[in-house]
Design a binder for this molecule. Structure first.
Ligand code: SF4
Ligand code: SF4
Length: 56
């Protein structure tokens, strides 16, 4: 299972960064998920107002 961000939908609101309990999401050039830190809690998927975060 991989959490991925559809960059074409992401508005860079940073809500996912605020909500992630383990600090796995960072803003670099793009909003990125560090899958080594991610505990697959899905909080970011639910929180994203743009429905830009998908689980594969
Ligand atoms: S919550 Fe969604 S729209 Fe906002 S920065 Fe994260 S991925 Fe992008
Ligand atoms: S699924 Fe949970 S742990 Fe993983 S990036 Fe999203 S909020 Fe963070």
């Amino acid at each position: 299972m991989v959490i991925s961000i559809d960059q074409s939908k992401c508005s860079r609101c940073r809500m996912c960064i605020e909500i992630c309990p383990v600090g796995a999401i960072e803003e670099k050039d793009l909003i990125m998920v560090d899958m080594f830190r991610c505990i697959k809690c899905r909080s970011c998927v639910v929180a994203c107002p743009s429905k830009a975060i998908v689980i594969k």
